[in-house]
Design a protein around this ligand. Structure first.
Ligand code: SF4
Length: 441
């Protein structure tokens, strides 16, 4: 059995011996993206499992072991991890936990310390915690984020974004219920099988896979009806994680709406861009800026490939690229607004409004100050500038009732349908006026 080894500061390390014996548990955020990320790490010789435990026991564990002034995503992520360790499914002496550290000024950098404190309270201080960070915050001899893993992770994010994007455009209209989910699962499977053999991890093969995925989704029979499109923005965890947002996507579908969810890649690009901007705003080494700019260029090329594939499809709407997204915030927020989702959150709302999706749910977790400023705090300004926008901020916390959240979304949807009718009436009126005009000689 692997020996427990601590570093100079007393931190329990994940050792090379543990790599052979321990199962690494990963909290869930985006099911398809994370399934691929987990497989990539498994292919590097780690035993990894993505958690699927959900519901009240997870929230209860979070509330029991995390201080009640912590932001809600911390309560859920830590609750999910502790609940899994205590579930009896695993040998607690043979598991390690993974958590991300953003390295920014936001509390997400400190979730790891909250998790260690929670483990101590739960009598599980012998469980090692691995930090996933790109800022050199913590190292473990038994776990390394190599360049190879990071490169493959970029592919997983792109594939995940594409499946999410086309899935959202097809699912509300599918003729055979459940077919979109089946196709999405098939796509994830063939990508994972390919990745296990080292396939699909080059630019060229990625582009081919994009077309293959799009063709699979295009072949799903759909009804021709029109539905209200609803954008979903907000703090990254509650925006994406069904556990965080009480299955918001499912709820929107059940209400006859089409969810429009921005991809994860823009968030990654936003984080890299922030490091570049830091050097201009606060000073720093030119080499750091040069590396960030290289990375941005590299990843934007991949983003363009995804956008081009969607445009080529002649069926699916393509999102704008990162530069277009960034251009929307001019006159609203400066680049220094980068805690939490920072200017990206406002930019996503603006992009949605500009691309015909003025109906937006802005997900706000309890205790998240940065996103209250760039999310809820910007809604008034956006309404002033775009009176037809229809944005609702929904709070997520352990005390908020699902029924209350859903009623507020239903009200937003009723407004959306009213606005759509008004818009259609105005269109019809101007069409009649155009037809009544005498033809020019
Ligand atoms: S963005 Fe908000 S919810 Fe996320 S860590 Fe920061 S404060 Fe907490």
């Amino acid at each position: 059995m692997a020996e427990l080894v601590y570093d100079k500061t007393g931190r329990l390390l994940f050792t090379k011996e543990m790599k052979k014996e321990y199962t690494i548990l990963v909290p869930q955020m985006l099911p398809d993206h994370f399934a691929m990320l987990v497989r990539i790490i498994q292919n590097e010789g780690y035993k990894v499992e993505m958690l699927g435990n959900t519901g009240k026991p997870v929230i209860d564990a979070g509330q029991k072991y995390v201080h009640n002034d912590a932001c809600y995503p911390a309560v859920l992520v830590i609750g999910q991890l502790i609940n899994a360790v205590q579930s009896g499914k695993y040998d607690p002496h043979k598991v390690a936990l993974v958590i991300t550290q953003t390295g920014g000024g936001c509390r997400a950098s400190n979730y790891i310390h909250m998790l260690r404190k929670a483990l101590e309270k739960a009598g599980l201080s012998y469980v090692p915690v691995i930090s996933i960070n790109l800022s050199g915050l913590e190292h473990n001899p038994g776990f390394q984020l190599t360049l190879g893993i990071l490169r493959k992770a970029v592919f997983a994010i792109l594939y995940g974004d594409l499946i999410m994007n086309v899935g959202n455009q097809v699912r509300p209209y599918e003729v055979n219920p459940g077919e979109t989910d089946r196709v999405a699962a098939e796509c994830v499977d063939f990508l994972l099988e390919g990745m296990a053999q080292g396939k699909g991890l080059s630019y060229k093969s990625m582009v081919k896979n994009f077309d293959r995925i799009i063709d699979r989704f295009k072949a799903i029979p759909v009804t021709g009806e029109e539905k209200v499109r609803v954008g979903v923005v907000g703090e990254i965890y509650v925006k994406y994680a069904p556990l965080g947002n009480n299955n918001l996507n499912e709820f929107l579908l059940s209400e006859g709406a089409e969810p429009v969810v921005p991809g994860l890649l823009d968030f990654v690009l936003f984080k890299i861009y922030n490091r570049d901007v830091d050097v201009d705003l606060y000073g720093g080494k030119w080499i750091k800026q040069a590396v960030c700019r290289f990375l941005l260029r590299y990843m934007k090329r991949y983003q363009h490939a995804l956008i081009d594939a969607l445009k080529r499809s002649d069926r699916f709407r393509a999102p704008g690229d990162f530069d277009e997204l960034h251009s929307y915030i001019k006159g609203y927020l400066g680049d220094g607004n980068k805690m939490g989702e920072g200017w990206l959150l406002t930019a996503e709302m603006l992009e949605l409004i500009h691309t015909g999706v003025p109906n937006i749910v802005c997900t706000q977790p309890f205790g998240c100050l940065p996103n209250h400023i760039v999310g809820k705090g910007m809604i008034r300004k956006l309404k002033d500038d775009y009176p037809w926008s229809n944005i609702v901020a929904i709070d997520y916390d352990p005390g908020a009732t699902k029924i209350n959240q859903e009623n507020r979304i239903k009200l937003m949807l009723a407004n959306a349908r009213g606005l759509a009718k008004e818009h259609a009436a105005q269109e019809a009126e101007s069409q009649q006026a155009r037809e009544a005009e005498p033809a020019a000689v």
